[in-house]
Design a protein around this ligand. Structure first.
Ligand code: NDP
Ligand code: GDR
Length: 330
C-alpha cells in the first residue's frame, strides 16, 4: 500500500485526489493548516480514511514533521493561495505560500529522503495562469511563460523550481500545467461557481442579480475529477516531466452564462447580470486554450466531461443547496 501526502487537501482538487487515491488503495495523509480550520470537517466527512496532519507550506519544520509521519512515496503539492484576484492585494503572502512554499516542500523532500531521494515522486500544481499574455495558441509545454499576476509569477517560480530539483537531484518531479477545472466543490470566489450559485438563487427568487467583471475573458474549462486523474498518471511514469492538461476548447464567460441560465430556463440573462469594476483585474489573462497532446499520448489521459455537462452538474448542485433557503425541499 503506497503512502501519499497531499497539501491543499481542504481544497477542491485535494478532496477529489484523496478520493481517487483511496479508491486505488493508497494510505492518504493530508496537510491542514491553522489551529481551527473550518474546512477540516469537510475532509473528515468526505474522506474519513485520510489521516490529517497539521502543517503550513510556509513552515518548513511542520513539513518535515508531516514527512516523518506520512513517510510518503508520492507527494502532491496542491496547497496555494489560488485566487488570482486576491494575489494583487496580498502579493507578498502569495509569494510566500504559492512560490516559496514549493521550495519548502522540495527542501523537505531532500532533507527527509537524503540519499533515497529517487524513491519519492513529486507533483507540483502548476497553472495555465503562467501563460498569461499568451505567446502561442494553443498553449503547450514549450510555450513561453508570460504571467500577468503575482499568482502567475509565483506559479512560474514553483514550476521552474520543480524542474530544477528534477535536474539537480534526480527527483521524480512533475509539473502539471493545468488549465481551469471546476466542479460542484469549486470555491464561491471563482467565476464559474459564483455564476452557478447566483443562477440557482435567481431562479428561486433568493437574489435579483449578479455583479461580474470582464465577461469577455475566455477560458479552457474542464472537470476537476478528470484533472486529478492526470496528476496521478504523471507520477506513475518512469520519469518526471511537464504536462499541459486541458480540454482544447475555449469559451467566454458570456458563453458560460448562456449555458448556466439555460439550465433554469432563462434565455436572456442580461437583466440579471451587472458589470462591476470591483471585479476587473489590474492585468487580465484574456484568452487561454491548452494543447494536451502530450498528456493524451504519454499518460493516456483525456477529459470525459463536456462544458455543458459540467455547467449542468454545478447548477443542479447549487439548486439542491439553495432550495431549502427558498422553503423548498432539496
Ligand atoms: P483551492 O483554492 O480550492 O485549494 C487551495 C488549498 O491550498 C486549500 O486546501 C488551502 O487550505 C491550501 N493552502 C492555502 N494556503 C496554505 C498554506 N499556507 N499552507 C498549506 N496549505 C495552504 O484550490 P484548487 O483545489 O482549485 O487547486 C489546487 C491547486 O492547483 C492550487 O495550487 C491551485 O493554484 C492549482 N491550480 C488550480 C487550478 C484550477 O482550475 N482549480 C488550475 C491550475 C492550477 P485552506 O482550506 O486552509 O485555505
Ligand atoms: P482564474 O479563475 O483567474 O482563471 O484562475 P476565475 O474563475 O477567478 O476567473 C476566470 C475569469 O473570469 C473573469 N471574471 C471574474 N472572475 C471572478 N473570480 N469573479 C468575477 O466576478 C468575474 N467576472 C469576470 C476573470 O477576470 C477571469 O478572466 C483559476 C484559479 O483556479 C487559479 O488558481 C488557476 O491557476 C487558474 O484558474 C487556471
Amino acid at each position: 500500500m503506497p503512502n501519499a501526502l497531499i497539501t491543499g487537501i481542504t481544497g477542491q482538487d485535494g478532496l477529489y485526489l484523496a478520493e481517487l487515491l483511496l479508491s486505488k488503495g493508497y494510505r492518504v495523509y493530508g496537510l491542514v493548516r491553522g489551529q481551527n480550520n473550518p474546512k477540516r470537517e469537510l475532509v473528515e466527512q468526505l474522506v474519513p480514511e485520510v489521516t490529517i496532519l497539521t502543517g503550513d507550506l510556509t513552515d518548513l519544520s511542520s513539513l518535515l514533521r508531516a514527512f516523518a509521519t506520512a513517510q510518503p512515496d508520492e507527494v502532491y503539492n496542491l496547497g496555494a493561495i489560488s485566487f488570482v484576484a486576491y494575489s494583487w492585494e496580498n502579493a507578498a503572502l502569495t509569494t510566500d505560500v504559492t512560490a516559496k512554499g514549493v521550495l519548502n516542500i522540495l527542501e523537505a523532500i531532500r532533507l527527509y529522503a537524503g540519499d533515497s531521494i529517487d524513491k519519492i515522486r513529486f507533483y507540483q500544481a502548476s497553472s495555465s495562469e503562467m501563460f498569461g499574455k499568451v505567446q502561442e495558441v494553443p498553449q503547450r509545454e514549450s510555450t513561453l511563460l508570460w504571467p500577468r499576476s503575482p499568482y502567475g509569477v509565483a506559479k512560474a517560480y514553483g514550476h521552474y523550481m520543480t524542474i530544477n530539483y528534477r535536474e539537480s537531484y534526480g527527483l521524480h518531479a512533475s509539473s502539471g500545467i493545468l488549465f481551469n477545472h471546476e466542479s460542484p466543490r469549486r470555491g464561491y470566489e471563482f467565476v464559474t461557481r459564483k455564476i452557478t450559485n447566483a443562477v440557482a438563487r435567481i431562479s428561486l427568487g433568493l437574489q435579483d442579480s449578479v455583479a461580474l467583471g470582464n465577461v469577455d475573458a475566455q477560458r479552457d474549462w474542464g472537470f476537476a475529477g478528470d484533472y486529478v486523474d492526470a496528476m496521478w498518471r504523471m507520477l506513475q511514469q518512469p520519469e518526471g516531466d511537464n504536462y499541459v492538461v486541458a480540454t482544447g476548447e475555449t469559451h467566454s464567460i458570456r458563453e458560460f452564462l448562456d449555458l448556466a441560465f439555460a439550465c433554469v430556463g432563462i434565455d436572456d440573462w442580461a437583466p440579471y447580470v451587472t458589470e462591476d469594476p470591483r471585479f476587473m483585474r489590474p492585468a487580465e489573462v484574456d484568452f487561454l486554450v491548452g494543447d494536451s497532446t502530450k498528456a493524451h499520448e504519454k499518460l493516456g489521459w483525456k477529459p470525459t466531461v463536456s462544458l455543458p455537462q459540467l455547467v449542468a452538474m454545478m447548477v443542479e448542485n447549487d439548486l439542491a443547496i439553495q432550495k431549502p433557503q427558498a422553503g423548498l425541499g432539496s
